[in-house]
Design a protein around this ligand. Structure first.
Ligand SMILES: [Zn+2]
Length: 426
């Protein structure tokens, strides 16, 4: 007569809900469980939900439009709960992915909880459907069968690491929020293998996605290095990758992001919020031209700039923490940091000019149209078009780094008007 709910990676916590004796059907129980989870978790938290009743997950994904939203309901006595659940799903900003129940670790525990549910207070979920009225056809992490299959495979492969799942979910949510398209886990993994990313940068993103960089709590158990668990710059703050890359006040971080954003702004395109998930999924952003067509050059530019910026922030942090042992007398200067940033991007552009050589690089070569689409929008707005084959001379890079009179010079001071960093942690 009840429902058991367990959360992955956490054996202790679980919930049980009791349904009234006249209310109980398998379908209704499963549905009530889903609705409960959707209502108690913050709307922006991405969720992976496994439900025992397959019909329920199908009705909430593939058949959502036909069965539930448009009222062609063959969902019987559960119709009202279905509508409330659909509304709760559609009102979320974090993605929801349904995964197969049998493959979920907490299954036995969930069954145990359900059996003990008679001792729980009766469940009366709120059946409000207001969100349906505001519905603008936002896609769910809604799945066609093919996509569902891909999602399931990827979810199983990575299920071993809790951090990986959390990072993956953050990445999917970041793309979903910025572009209203929800990539599958498979898309995220594929984007991390992109040949547009220079190998060390690609490895950095890969490790970021798996949470294998050694920060924070990792050091608590390492003798004589316990002090590395907290940020050596921000007194007593536990260091996490999010802190190191996006929140830390140590010199370097803010300037690099401001420079990156300023360079990007020349192309006149919006700069999405940069969160940890947005860095990992930087290869999945879509940009469109004025004519509505996809701008592949912008997507590639964003991918390269964001990944290189994050990686440079990380390298500079490591040099100060590890090589200079967090010595407050040995901070890099603003000038040095800016020089490193310019050198990093210049080197990447020069590497790209080499990659134009199809004879030498074969399938790894970049085509000229994409190359130009990637870099030419970084010249100052309104400046003359660059000479026909600018990539053959150094002039383009020189022009790109010259500041225009009146152009704000980033100082590294927090500037919350133009730089928005997501401070949520999942
Ligand atoms: Zn810090």
């Amino acid at each position: 007569c009840g429902v058991g709910i367990t959360y992955s990676g956490n054996d202790a916590d679980g919930e049980k809900l009791r349904l009234g004796p006249n209310d109980y059907t398998r379908e209704r129980a499963a549905l009530t469980g889903v609705l409960h989870v959707l209502q108690v978790w913050d709307r922006s938290t991405p969720l992976f939900i496994g439900v025992e009743d397959k019909a329920v997950s199908l009705n909430l994904t593939k058949r959502l439009d036909s069965n539930v939203r448009f009222g062609r309901v063959n969902t019987g006595s559960c119709a009202q709960v279905y509508r409330a659940t659909a509304a709760a799903l559609l009102a979320r900003s974090g993605g929801v992915t349904f995964v197969p129940f049998a493959k979920q670790g907490g299954r036995l525990k969930a069954i145990e909880l359900a059996q003990a549910a008679h001792s729980a207070p009766p469940s009366q979920p709120s059946l409000t459907t207001n969100a349906l009225l505001a519905l603008r056809g936002r896609p769910l992490a809604g799945l066609t069968q093919g996509e569902a299959h891909k999602t399931v495979i990827a979810t199983q492969v990575i299920a071993a690491r809790k951090t990986t799942i959390a990072r993956l979910a953050e990445s999917i949510a970041a793309v979903g929020d910025a572009t209203s398209r929800w990539p599958t886990p498979g898309d995220v993994w594929a984007s991390l293998r992109s040949k547009d990313l220079h190998r060390p940068t690609r490895e950095f993103l890969w490790r970021l996605a798996h949470g294998t960089q050694k920060v924070g709590p990792f050091w608590r158990n390492v003798k004589n290095l316990e002090h590395r668990a907290t940020c050596l710059h921000c007194n007593g703050q536990t260091e996490t990758m999010e802190h190191a890359l996006l929140l830390c006040n140590a010199p370097g971080r803010e300037i690099i992001w401001q420079e990156t954003q300023q360079l990007w702004a020349r192309s006149g395109l919006p700069w999405p919020d940069i969160s940890l998930g947005a860095i990992i999924s930087c290869g999945l952003n879509h940009f469109t031209r004025r004519n509505g067509k996809r701008d592949a050059g912008a997507a590639r530019r964003f991918k390269i700039l964001v990944s290189e910026a994050a990686f440079l922030v990380w390298r500079i942090r490591n040099e100060w923490v590890i090589v200079n042992e967090g010595d407050h007398a040995k901070y890099p200067t603003v000038g040095e940091i800016r020089k490193r940033w310019k050198a990093t991007i210049s080197r990447r552009i020069r590497l790209d000019t080499q990659l134009l050589n199809r004879r030498r690089f074969g399938t790894r070569a970049v085509n000229l149209g994409l190359f130009r689409g990637t870099w030419e929008p970084l010249r100052h707005p309104g400046s003359d078009p660059p000479p026909g084959n600018w990539w053959a001379s150094a002039g383009f890079l020189d022009g790109m780094w010259q500041r225009r009179p009146g152009e704000r010079v980033p100082t590294g001071q927090p500037n919350h008007e133009s730089v928005t960093f997501s401070q949520e942690s999942a």
